[in-house]
Design a binder for this molecule. Structure first.
Ligand code: KG4
Ligand code: ZN
Length: 342
């Protein structure tokens, strides 16, 4: 089933063409440089830029997939979670296309989209599919969640952040260190050549018996540590700080995922998705942990499929249809900024 899919949930205008689980194109127009100077995403600026760009991005997605409208069988669009003014643009465009072309319209949960990216196929390469029940770790700028998936569409949230998301913590630490926004990837790169044991930081929620996360305490600990160091830190100290932060932030993830695996011994596959899934160190550590439990770790096959993109929305829509989802009427489909999984 060939979808044209749209995601405008945050600061990327993205349109893709997918055929079942195969990604045929995944066009992304990022707005990061416009939001950078504000240190975060400004919702109405995002809305204006989505409106200006969406038609062009649709054209690029079709062209890259070498696909005409005749070959498109359905439209999929992110319903939420996301920024309301931004979501609105994609939904309005999806309705317009669905009505003008007489195509069925499917509203998709953005977090299910992140998860679906782990099922993606690119080119002619065959990829094994995850085995249910899944344990999915979703880590992005707005979410940190552990979801148990009995079958596609049957979600149980078994852990979530009580405050900041993991990507948000990376971004805030990057800001404290004057590394710009969004700084997750910069921290990750600096951490590669830093000493992760130089600074002693507390592992969040280590004594808490739940599978929940918390990153605001760690963020505050990094702030105090930063204030105790000279104003002009040498480059190695910045790298050591980044590495020490990353070590404890990820140690917390490993502890909670291991706890969830122990509590759910029937888990068939471990999934890692969301923007922070592009972090190489986290992938490596989780792959090792999965191996210790006889499991395979599934991640999106490339970085573009980790951060926000529309291909994951087309893949999730296809999995939704396989699980029995019906199209939504164009009149009733509405944005759901606070939509949750499970
Ligand atoms: O999924 P995403 O594109 O947007 C949201 O839905 O939030 O995730 C963006 C987040 C940002 O917080 C960014 O700093 C973080 O993912 N990120 C990373 C890395 N690449 C992106 N965090 C840690 N390591 C990375 N390599
Ligand atoms: Zn996202």
């Amino acid at each position: 089933m060939r979808f044209l899919s749209i995601d405008t949930s945050c600061d990327e205008t993205s349109v893709a063409v997918t055929n079942n689980l195969k990604v045929e194109s995944n066009a992304i127009s990022t707005q990061i440089r416009y939001h950078k100077k504000y240190g975060g995403v400004v919702p109405f600026l995002a809305q204006r830029l989505h409106k200006e760009r969406i038609d062009k991005v649709i054209e690029v997605a079709l062209k890259r997939a070498d696909c005409s409208w005749d070959a498109i069988e359905a439209i999929a669009v992110t319903q939420g979670p996301g920024l309301a003014p931004a979501l609105e643009v994609g939904i309005a465009k999806a309705k317009e296309l669905s009505q003008a072309r007489g195509l069925p319209l499917y509203g998709v949960n953005h977090m299910a989209g992140h998860m679906a990216a782990c099922f993606a196929r690119i080119g002619t390469k065959e990829r094994p599919l995850p085995t249910y029940p899944l344990l999915a770790l979703l880590v992005s700028g707005g979410h940190t969640e552990l979801i148990r998936v009995m079958q596609w569409g049957r979600y149980e949230r078994i852990g979530e952040t009580l405050d900041d998301a993991l990507g948000e913590a990376y971004d805030k630490v990057a800001k404290m260190l004057g590394l710009g926004y969004p700084g997750g990837a910069v921290i990750a790169r600096l951490a590669e050549t830093g000493d992760p044991d130089r600074f002693d930081l507390p592992v969040p929620m280590a004594k808490n018996a739940s599978c929940d996360f918390s990153y605001s305490g760690l963020k505050t600990a990094v702030r105090y540590l930063r204030e105790s160091l000279p104003e002009n830190m040498d480059a190695q100290t910045v790298r050591d700080l980044a590495a020490s932060f990353e070590r404890v932030a990820q140690e917390s993830i490993l502890q909670k995922v291991e706890r969830a695996l122990k509590r759910n011994p029937d888990t068939g596959s471990l999934l890692l998705a969301g923007g922070v899934a592009s972090n190489t160190a986290l992938r490596r550590k989780l792959r090792r942990l999965a191996g210790e439990y006889g499991l395979t770790l599934f991640t999106p096959p490339n970085r573009k499929l980790c951060t926000d993109n529309a291909a994951m929305i087309g893949l999730a829509a296809f999995l939704d249809v396989q699980a029995g989802a019906q199209p939504s009427g164009a009149e009733t489909l509405d944005r759901k900024p606070a939509l949750v999984l499970g």
